[in-house]
Design a protein around this ligand. Structure first.
Ligand code: PHB
Ligand code: FE
Length: 324
């Protein structure tokens, strides 16, 4: 396990280099450069920072977070692998891949430093491209507020007195410009006398239409290991996710087109167009990336059972939940 980390120095543009183990990250006006023993990789800076934001915010997520077809991380829940070419057929066939394992907290710290140092004032890696300023050029300020957003945790059911999670115009959560067609009517509540502070309902579509972030599933209900996560999607999922378990999607509004590729090699397997009302089970042996031409609402249903990755990896469980 690598832990070596070197002190960061700023380049002529004001950005620092960041290193951990054999990896060094450098940024210039347009690109992130990733140096590793035996080679170098390059990514557009906006794509890199949007992917990095998700990897940090989600604590390396479930399974594999591919930043592109070459670079990414694999979560081992306590430790994490950072890789070049691990899930790229050509890199593997030519033995050009490179993998290092880190304590999750060590890599998270370095990723947070890169994100804070390289995100300029006005650029929000969680925002849709049409709703944020430019990421390019020399270092200019920062956007710590955007990159350290914390999810709101409901203390009680959203909207009940004492809960902090409700979103209103007054709190700055206005209905998104692309969700003007989402019905905003409120449910009627007829609580029996004495139960006015305990019985409540709210319009979930209204609630989600006020989200100011994209491609960031938030847990909205959690029953044992069943996690329902609502998210608003616009433009493209900044990562290609290779899950270590089956994952379900429920398309609640509008449309997302998914590229589904083999998880290990990246070979294309399917194009799936999901329209409002469609439900899909994403198998445990694929990677996927979604494209949402208009902002849409998606529900991601994850099974948080920590024993699943091993059961899929060993072949005990089939990668698809049902055979037709
Ligand atoms: C996924 O990889 O399954 C995923 C991630 C983020 C989203 C939606 C889906 O917003
Ligand atoms: Fe996924």
């Amino acid at each position: 396990m690598s832990t070596a980390q070197t002190a960061a120095v700023a380049n002529a543009l004001g950005y620092k280099d960041h290193s951990i183990g054999g990896f060094t990250f450098k940024r210039d006006e347009y690109f992130a450069h990733i140096f590793y023993p035996g080679g170098r990789h390059i990514m557009q800076i906006d794509a890199f920072l949007r992917a990095l934001m998700r990897d940090v915010a989600w604590g390396f997520f479930y399974g594999t977070v591919n930043f592109d077809t070459v670079f990414g991380t694999v979560n081992h829940y306590g430790t994490v692998e950072m890789f070049i070419g691990l899930f790229n057929e050509a890199y593997r066939a030519n033995n050009r891949h490179h993998v290092e394992t880190f304590e999750s907290k060590d890599l998270k710290k370095v990723f947070e430093e890169v994100l804070a140092d390289w995100t300029n004032e006005g650029f929000d890696p969680f925002a849709a491209p049409d709703e944020t300023g430019t990421v390019y050029g020399a270092k200019k300020g920062n956007n710590i507020k955007a990159i350290t957003r914390q999810r709101l945790v409901a203390d009680r059911m959203v909207g009940l007195p004492g809960d902090l999670g409700y979103r209103t115009d007054q709190d700055g959560f206005t209905v998104n410009r692309q969700f003007q067609d989402v019905p905003q009517d409120k449910p009627e509540i007829h609580a029996a006398q004495g139960f006015e502070n305990e019985v409540h309902a709210f319009n979930f579509f209204e609630y989600v239409s006020r989200s100011d972030v994209t491609w960031n599933p938030s847990v909205v209900s959690c029953v044992k290991d069943s996690q329902f996560c609502a998210t608003t999607e616009e433009h493209v999922l900044p990562i290609t996710h290779g899950n270590d378990r089956v994952e379900w999607f429920i398309q609640a509004t509008d449309e997302i087109i998914w590229d589904i590729d083999d998880r290990a090699t990246g070979r294309p397997r399917a194009k799936v167009t999901m329209r409002a009302g469609d439900v899909a089970a994403m198998p445990a042996n694929i990677r996927h990336r979604g494209y949402s031409p208009k902002r849409s609402i998606l529900i991601v249903w994850e099974n948080n059972d920590g024993g699943l990755p091993q059961r899929y990896a060993s072949g005990e469980l089939a990668p698809n939940p049902v055979d037709f």
